[in-house]
Design a protein around this ligand. Structure first.
Ligand code: ADP
Ligand code: YYY
Length: 224
């Protein structure tokens, strides 16, 4: 078991994982892993290299060779700033498609685990607690209704000045949830040992405070 403390936050699209995970990491002075960004980078790199998202061996090779630098909010792919390019809905769909391929997940595993560095890590995604950091002392399943999540993503895209259509976002989100929950490898699931954080009626600050309270209770237990 790793001695590095890890908080694993998993949940469906636009539930607020990234926002909450980043703030918890800031509050504790921990590192932060946005694992979805790695799948998004893989989808973007495959597209740039003309490799189809369904081509398992091709995308796995792209994943193994990803030339990525994470520098705070800046993400460089092959030296180019792709921080915004990976956030489009189209690349989100591509990420969900490539993420269903077992060879791609295997190619990205060690890259994600390497983020576990002292003094600790907060990691968000779909399989942080199940596969990447199964020994994490705190696992959180962060969710909200599909309507609330679609609304959040809609406002987020509008806030970025992107054209957004609520009906299209809702359909996209449902298709993505369906694929992420029903794939054969590392599907999104609420683990028996994960705390449930339902945020439909909860603000960001309250969600962050709840995760920090769970963490305090873990570190106050000698066995954690
Ligand atoms: N508890 C919450 N209440 C309202 N809006 C939230 C909440 N949590 C996150 N948001 C907003 O929802 C949007 C999606 O959050 P994000 O962290 O990107 O989700 P995810 O990483 O799960 O896709 C962001 O604009 C964020 O500010
Ligand atoms: N640990 C992870 C993280 C993301 N994925 C896949 C599934 C998701 O639909 C895509 C994009 O993930 P991301 O967390 O960036 O997506 P959202 O911002 O929540 O919409 O990648 C995964 O399979 N496993």
């Amino acid at each position: 078991m790793s001695l590095i403390p890890v908080i694993a936050i998993d949940g469906p699209s636009a539930s607020g994982k990234g926002t909450v995970a980043q703030r918890v990491a800031d509050a504790l002075g921990f590192h932060y892993l946005d694992s979805g960004a790695i799948y998004r980078l893989t989808a973007l790199a495959a597209q740039q290299q003309g490799v189809g998202w369904q081509d398992e061996a091709g995308v796995a090779a792209v994943a193994a060779g990803l030339d990525v630098v994470f520098d705070g909010a800046l993400i460089l792919l092959g030296g180019m700033d792709v921080s915004e390019a990976i956030r489009s809905e189209q690349i989100g769909v591509g990420a969900s498609v490539v993420a269903a391929l077992p060879a791609v997940r295997a190619a990205l595993l060690a890259r994600q685990q390497a983020f576990a560095q002292l003094p600790g890590l907060v990691a968000d995604g779909r399989d942080m607690g199940a596969v990447v950091f199964p020994h994490a002392p705190l696992k959180v399943f962060l969710t909200a209704t599909a309507e609330a999540r679609a609304e959040r993503r809609y406002k987020q895209l509008l806030g970025r000045g992107e054209a957004a259509d609520l009906a299209a976002i809702t359909a996209d989100l449902q298709a993505r949830d369906e694929r992420d929950r029903n794939r054969a490898v590392a599907p999104l699931q609420q683990l028996p040992d994960a705390e449930l954080l339902e945020t439909t009626q909860l603000g960001i600050e309250e969600a962050v405070a709840q995760v920090l309270a769970w963490w305090q209770s873990r570190i106050n237990q000698p066995s954690a």
